[in-house]
Design a protein around this ligand. Structure first.
Ligand SMILES: [Zn+2]
Length: 271
């Protein structure tokens, strides 16, 4: 029995040892697993931290870009607003009239400055473009028309049938007249009243004579040596219909006299 007991005892010992060993292994495996989990969790948490750091950097970058863009837009708006004169669409004081006339044509007798313009023009003055009013309008009525922002049109000057000159867009600014942004940035534009409605759209002799005088004055003050009428937009004297096939502006009468007008202006410039 004793040997059997011993055997049993020995067997129990080995069995216990195996159990302990197995328990140790399990424990070790659990620890490892747990450590692995922790390590893995730590790694994930680290990745999350890294991601959130990256996210923050991205958000900061986006915010910086947003604020920079906003600042730029505001600056541009303020520049545009500040470059718009405060003399638009209103009666002017004597001092303002004198100041404005000094930097434009001395032939000017009436001023109502239009908001329909670019301030300032982006090109040098090299050309004159002629238009007609398609009616016998007064300088005041034309001024009211150009003060209407919804009409989005204007001209540098207007000439009524009595031969008086109105100023609507200062020469330093771009009028919205000729259906051509490029042309209007380099042209002084002139609207002439018609004393005939329809037909040849005739203009009065007084308006015609003033047109020649005004063209010569614009050339002299802006260093245009002479006017050339080529019949297309390459000349320095142009008409509205060259830039817009849908208009007959300035009408047959003025169109047929363009070469004569250029010649009369050039005689004054060389005289
Ligand atoms: Zn026109």
């Amino acid at each position: 029995m004793s040997s059997s007991k011993n055997k049993k005892h020995g067997s129990m010992k080995r069995s216990k040892a195996r159990e302990e060993s197995s328990a140790q292994k399990e424990s070790s495996a659990q620890k490892e697993s747990s450590a692995h989990k922790e390590s893995s969790a730590h790694k994930e948490s680290g990745t999350q931290e890294q991601m959130s750091a990256r996210d923050i950097r991205s958000v900061r970058l986006l915010l910086s870009a947003f604020f920079a863009l906003t600042a730029l837009v505001l600056t541009l708006c303020l520049t545009a607003v500040s470059s718009r004169p405060d003399t638009l669409s209103r009666p002017l004081t004597e001092a303002e009239i004198q100041e404005i006339t000094e930097r434009n044509s001395p032939l000017t007798e009436y001023i109502l400055l239009s908001p329909n313009a670019d301030f300032p023009r982006e090109d040098e003055i090299r050309k004159i473009t002629i238009h007609h009013m398609a009616g016998n309008m007064s300088l005041e009525a034309l001024g009211d028309l150009f003060s209407d922002r919804d009409r989005r049109s204007s001209a540098s000057y207007g000439i009524d049938s009595a031969g008086r000159v109105g100023l609507y867009v200062e020469e330093g600014n771009r009028p919205w007249t000729s259906s051509s942004r490029e042309n209007d940035h380099q042209a002084v534009t002139i609207e002439v009243a018609n004393d005939e409605t329809g037909g040849d759209w005739h203009v009065s002799d007084a308006a015609y004579e003033t047109l020649i005088a005004l063209c010569a004055d614009v050339c002299q003050r802006n260093g245009i040596p002479s006017l050339t009428y080529t019949g297309d937009e390459t000349g320095t004297l142009t008409i509205h219909k060259m830039f817009n096939p849908e208009t007959e502006c300035p009408g047959p009468y003025l169109e047929s006299h363009m070469a004569d007008i250029a010649e009369a202006v050039n005689r004054r410039l060389s005289g």
